[in-house]
Design a binder for this molecule. Structure first.
Ligand SMILES: Cc1ncc(COP(=O)(O)O)c(C=O)c1O
Length: 337
């Protein structure tokens, strides 16, 4: 691709950008009295103008109703995660029941590994990208150690060839094939945080499954950035954060995907909490965990309403523009119809 870096060409590209009007929906930090050029959306997205009223609305709801806010109004806190599910599911090409917004990213990565990294003497390895974000590396290492294995032998990192900066898909697939039935989990980012490489997740999922392993993705740099079809690709699980490309504020909540073939399996081991318990019985305060159907059954705690409200305000923008796709539909190459 020939990139035209002249100012005129950039101005013309701006004029033709179908998302141009959306710029007005965000608040830009100021520099010398002007909007600054903000190229840090990969770290913290800008604040959508809808966030402040959304948080104020919940503050008012709290002031007016106190604890009854859990049950009153058109967005009662008791069910708050549900108000984010449809839009979050479209972002990643999932069925609504396969997605839940909860906790934060690294927490959810650990929760997913409790269910999907269950090593045995024969099948205990994790295949991942070399140079993954440190939190992912620490999560993998600590999970491996927790199960009594040595990260030096249990974690297989796929690295670029000498003199190259990015991974070749053929090398990723070849390593998965070579390690075969010693692999318990293939765990990859969607887009690498440092190189920006967008991995071929469909091929990685298929190769991992051919090896008989579970396949999970960290979509911190992919959700809201590139089109995703998690359901159709058959990923077992995925996690992502909401504060980068999803513009939902510092420490914003994380999304989690569990494929429907696992989502309704109450036998799958998991770390449980009361918010994952069948909501019809939750307040009976009885012994015996009975998971909610779908990914919602992995919730631990009641929703962090203020950060969920910010996330919802941002997801509403993606939804307005129809970003993402349902399973079975191929999203456009930029994710926007
Ligand atoms: C790929 C990736 N994984 C994990 C994290 C850590 O996220 P959190 O602090 O929300 O757990 C980040 C944060 O930038 C990230 O980019």
């Amino acid at each position: 691709m020939q990139f035209d870096n002249r100012l005129d060409a950039a101005r013309q590209a701006d004029q033709q950008d179908p998302l141009r009007a959306y710029r007005e929906q965000f608040i830009f930090p100021q520099h010398q009295g002007k909007d600054c050029l903000y190229l840090c959306g990969n770290s913290l997205g800008l604040q959508p103008k809808g966030v402040r009223p959304a948080i104020l609305r919940e503050l008012d709801h709290w002031a007016e109703h106190g604890v009854e806010g859990h049950f009153r109004g058109d967005m009662p806190w008791m069910h708050y995660h549900r108000f984010l599910t449809d839009a979050a599911a479209r972002l990643v090409g999932a069925l609504p029941q396969e997605v839940v917004v909860m906790n934060t990213l690294t927490t959810n990565l650990h929760l997913m590994m409790v269910s999907f990294y269950r090593p045995t003497a024969k099948r205990y390895k994790i295949v991942m990208e070399a140079g993954a974000f440190p939190s992912d590396q620490y999560a993998m290492e600590s999970q491996v150690r927790w199960h009594g294995y040595d990260p030096a032998t249990a974690i297989i990192e796929v690295a670029p060839r000498t003199g190259e900066d990015t991974l070749r898909t053929e090398d990723i697939l070849q390593i998965i094939e070579r390690e075969g039935d010693s692999i318990a989990l293939v765990m990859f980012g969607g887009v690498n945080y440092y190189t920006g490489q967008w991995y071929d997740l469909e091929k990685i999922a298929a190769a991992g499954h051919r090896a008989g392993a579970y396949v999970g993705f960290d979509l911190a740099h992919a959700a809201g950035n590139v089109p995703l079809q998690l359901h159709d690709w058959g990923a077992d699980f995925a996690v992502w954060c909401s504060y980068k490309y999803l513009n939902s504020g510092p420490g914003g909540p994380s999304g989690t995907f569990v494929h429907e073939r696992h989502a309704n399996n109450p036998e799958l081991p998991r770390f449980a909490g009361w918010w994952g318990h069948d909501e019809n019985e939750r307040f009976q305060m009885k012994k015996g965990f009975k998971p909610m159907p779908g990914a919602a059954g992995w919730q631990l705690s009641n929703a962090q309403i203020f950060s969920f409200a910010a996330h919802k305000a941002s997801l509403d923008l993606f939804d307005q523009r129809g970003y993402g796709s349902a399973p079975g539909q191929k999203p456009a190459t930029d994710g926007f119809p």
